[in-house]
Ligand binder design. Structure first.
Ligand SMILES: *Cc1c(COP(=O)(O)O)cnc(C)c1O
Length: 392
């Protein structure tokens, strides 16, 4: 099977993990700090906190921004369920903003309209979670301007977008979002097996993130509420969690960070190659914002007709190609329908879902495998005149 996404592990990655197993630290230690410094350094962010997955990073990000019962979180329906669930973990109400038909990210136009209506009704959201879908950054300047005008805090769920840039600045730099979250799940841009990170430039938010990932416990003397009773002393100042990343995972993350430029280069080269190979196909290729550079976590195409999607998917799976569909709109999940959402609520996301198909794209994909994917798609679509591949 040629999977849609896959980790790339080399001997250097394995050696880094083995060296950690021989070291004094297995749980959060020096390699977690090094991984945080590497990601913060890449992004140009002041603070970064590693946790055991992006879902837990989203959870503490929501809490750090004050989300709780009686508050509201808005996000995009075209995402993994975690971008919405994080609001519900806090007891907040979750709602969605329809997507942009070009970028498939949360639409700034739809956001503006919904904010005007919500302001009139006294029901503005507290937190907006934008998702840089497939690695393509959201229209952050417009979204941030709107959120500032209405007093909405921003989380960038950049689980797909480590290494992407927007207006010449790295995603995660904090110019637009209060907190940026990355995922290091094996299908993402780089992996720590399981892992996530939350980045911010705000020292007060940073202190909350750091505390919440570790049981709400505080040790540093300047943050204590009571005088320290001795060197052993610590305080639980909020109800936090054990969301710590281990040093074993961080060692893999550190080693993978060194390979990030190569990962991005290969993903972008493969995406350009798909663009070229699919030029004559009756499919819509991913749109690229001229002001941004995608990290190409995914390569989603739109088929001309939603009725052919299932047959194309099944035919390519029969050819042992791990095509996928990203995403079933979150509001159509049974658990969200029970909250009152229904089909027709976010028509652009729903229409996109009907026609989308994710082709394999990952740093370890070879040109020959990509040619095989394209040939399989050609057969499934009965495309007659496939241009010969340059790599053949
Ligand atoms: C993968 C993903 C997550 C969750 O990441 P984990 O590290 O598996 O918790 C959240 N949001 C988006 C958009 C994702 O793609």
């Amino acid at each position: 099977m040629i999977p849609y996404g896959r980790q790339s592990i080399e001997e250097s990655d394995i050696a880094a993990v083995v060296a950690t197993l021989h070291s004094d630290w297995l749980t959060q230690g020096p390699r977690v700090a090094a991984f945080e410094a590497a990601v913060a350094g890449w992004c140009g962010a002041r603070y970064a906190y590693a946790v055991h997955c992006a879902t837990s990073a989203l959870h503490i990000a929501c809490l750090a921004l004050g989300l709780g019962p009686g508050k509201r979180l808005w996000t995009t329906p075209n995402t993994f369920v975690a971008s919405a669930n994080c609001g519900r973990y806090c007891g907040a109400q979750v709602d969605f903003v329809d997507i942009d038909p070009r970028s498939y990210c949360l639409s700034a136009d739809a956001l503006e309209i919904k904010l005007v209506v919500a302001a009139a009704a006294g029901a503005l959201p507290d937190v907006l979670v934008g998702v840089d879908f497939a690695g393509q950054p959201c229209d952050w300047q417009r979204i941030a301007d709107l959120c500032r005008r209405y007093g909405v805090r921003i989380i960038d769920d950049a689980s797909h977008a480590l290494g992407a840039t927007y207006r010449e600045r790295p995603v995660g730099c904090g110019d637009w979002a209060d907190i940026t979250v990355f995922s290091f799940h094996p299908v993402k841009i780089l992996t720590s097996a399981e892992g996530g990170m939350a980045l911010t430039n705000d020292p007060a938010i940073a202190a909350r993130l750091e505390m919440l990932r570790n049981h709400g416990v505080v040790r540093s003397p300047e943050r204590l509420e009571f005088p320290a009773e001795g060197a052993w002393y610590y305080e639980q100042q909020a109800l936090g969690f054990n969301y710590r990343m281990s040093d074993v995972h961080a060692a893999l993350g550190c080693s993978q960070m060194q390979r990030l430029p190569a990962f991005l280069q290969r993903r972008r080269a493969l995406a350009r190659r798909y663009d070229e190979l699919l030029r004559e196909f009756p499919v819509q290729r991913p749109w690229q914002d001229a002001a941004a550079q995608s990290s190409f976590h995914l390569y989603p195409i739109l088929l001309a007709d939603s009725r052919e999607r299932r047959a194309v998917f099944d035919a390519m799976r029969a050819d042992d190609i791990g095509v996928q569909v990203h995403y079933i709109p979150v509001h159509l999940q049974p658990d969200y329908r029970r909250l009152g959402f229904a089909s027709g609520d976010f028509p652009t996301a729903e229409a996109y879902y009907q026609r989308t198909l994710t082709l394999p794209l990952h740093a370890g994909l070879s040109d020959a495998e990509q040619d095989y994917v394209v040939a399989s798609l050609a057969r499934a679509l009965s495309v007659k005149s496939v241009r010969p591949s340059r790599a053949a």
